[in-house]
Design a protein around this ligand. Structure first.
Ligand SMILES: *Cc1c(COP(=O)(O)O)cnc(C)c1O
Ligand SMILES: [Zn+2]
Length: 427
């Protein structure tokens, strides 16, 4: 396969695909102009260079069929661009993470019914395992030989781990100033890890250039992005299934590129059109850190376009200054009656400790962003306190310890004697 460096230029003939390589997917549709293309190693519309999205022709799919599947994302195989024998090749088994009823946090915020979808329970402790598993399948079916990505950290973990498990060479590019934990938890899986002197947007640009030069490289979030992004639909499917096959009324989702938020909406829509859940209104709210809030800024200004920013926030996993799906996030938020809001780094830290203290869930900075945004939206009266609400924690606090390092710690350091303990007056 050859990709030109000119953005959007595609190989003329698709690789020959094995029958059913992409399950019930039937083609790629341009999200900008609606042009249809065949399935293949394509990521930009041949007419207008717009982003491509996987389209399907679903057969009848029943709840029972899904419930009989494995306790991971592959139970939704018929709804994903992966073959029916997906579980037979080594891949990750992410998903079916816990949905916990967050009564303590609900009480503290004044909400009636609140759930936390806790995606820190995935194999590499973030939601990225969901999308990488789709990208790995696509790369394999397309005959690509190198598994690569530009990453703000969590994607690096997921790509390195999935590549190791699948026995495919990985090359991962990260900004040089990433959290130490995310660097080490990527490097440990082997493969090639490259630190780039620049921010994520610089790393992303470099990756696009390399994708254009190197044959057979699958950059998970660049040239196999249409397949990759579908993995986020599983978050929507799981929330609905775990609620007993119904949709929540309000959802708060973090926004980096914006793909996750738009795909949860797509997932909900598919469940309705397949008759797997009843149609019911839901509002989707996007959450960003103020230090990287281009989508929130556009939402508040009433703009349809998202003006890129230079990120400066502790929420590095969300620090994409030029989000590819930004305009689509605006669409979803406006269409569903939701909103996009942002919170300061200080509020992010409070969000992390609030969730930990009330529910025993230790979120990474991205989770701090969503919890703090949830609180801000409730306080501003923009979330209905009576409506059933789901907030996403998409990553594990162990990867971003520095965020809370100077606000939590031992109550005292004492000598190992009872008198020292009582003298310290701790309880
Ligand atoms: C990547 C990431 C997101 C956001 O994903 P997008 O689909 O790019 O918006 C959210 N949370 C965590 C922890 C992430 O790593
Ligand atoms: Zn197009």
């Amino acid at each position: 396969m050859t990709l030109s460096t000119q953005q959007g230029t595609q190989p003329a003939t698709p690789t020959t695909l094995r029958e059913g390589a992409f399950g019930n997917a039937v083609g790629l549709t341009c999200r900008a102009c609606g042009h249809q293309q065949p399935l293949g190693p394509f990521y930009a519309c041949e007419e207008c260079f717009g982003p491509l999205e996987v389209g399907y022709e679903f057969p009848e799919i029943t709840r029972a069929q899904i419930e009989a599947g494995p306790k991971n994302i592959w139970r939704y195989q018929p709804l994903l661009p992966v073959p029916t024998d997906i579980t037979e090749s080594p891949n990750m088994e992410p998903g079916f993470t816990r949905l916990i009823k967050a009564d303590n946090l609900a009480r503290e915020l004044g909400l009636k019914t609140l759930w936390v979808k806790d995606d820190s329970g995935n194999p590499t402790h973030s939601f990225k395992d969901r999308v990488v598993a789709q990208a790995l399948s696509a790369a394999r079916e397309l005959g690509m030989t190198v598994f690569a990505c530009p990453s703000t950290g969590n994607l690096a973990n997921a790509v390195a781990a999935a590549g190791a498990r699948a026995g495919i060479k990985t090359v991962v590019f990260i900004p040089h100033d990433l959290e130490r934990a995310k660097v080490l938890t990527t490097a440990v899986y082997g493969g090639t890890l490259v630190a780039v002197k620049g921010n994520y947007d610089d790393v992303n640009k470099l990756a696009s250039e390399i994708a254009g030069e190197e044959e057979g490289w699958a950059f998970v979030n660049v040239n196999v992005r249409p397949y990759y992004a579908e993995g986020s639909k599983t978050l929507g499917y799981e929330v609905a299934e775990q609620l007993g096959w119904r949709l929540p009324q309000q959802v708060v989702i973090p926004v980096a590129s914006g793909a996750q938020l738009t795909k949860v909406d797509k997932g909900f829509g598919e469940l309705v059109s397949l008759g797997l859940v009843d149609e019911s209104p839901y509002k989707i709210f996007g959450a960003q850190a103020t230090g990287c809030s281009p989508v929130s800024a556009a939402f508040k200004a009433g703009h349809d376009v998202v003006r890129p920013v230079k990120p400066d926030t502790i929420a590095k996993s969300l620090a994409i200054g030029n989000p590819a799906d930004g305009p689509y996030v605006l669409d979803v938020a406006r269409r569903t009656g939701g909103a996009v809001e942002d919170v300061t780094d200080e509020e992010v830290r409070e969000g992390i400790t609030l969730l930990a203290r009330t529910e025993g869930v230790f979120a990474e900075t991205a989770g701090g962003v969503t919890v703090a945004t949830l609180r801000k939206l409730v306080e501003a009266g923009r979330l209905d306190p009576e409506a059933e609400t789901v907030v996403f924690n998409t990553g594990d606090g162990l990867k971003t310890l520095d965020a809370i390092a100077d606000r939590v710690g031992p109550a005292a350091t004492i000598d190992p004697t009872y008198s020292a303990f009582t003298a310290a007056n701790l309880i």
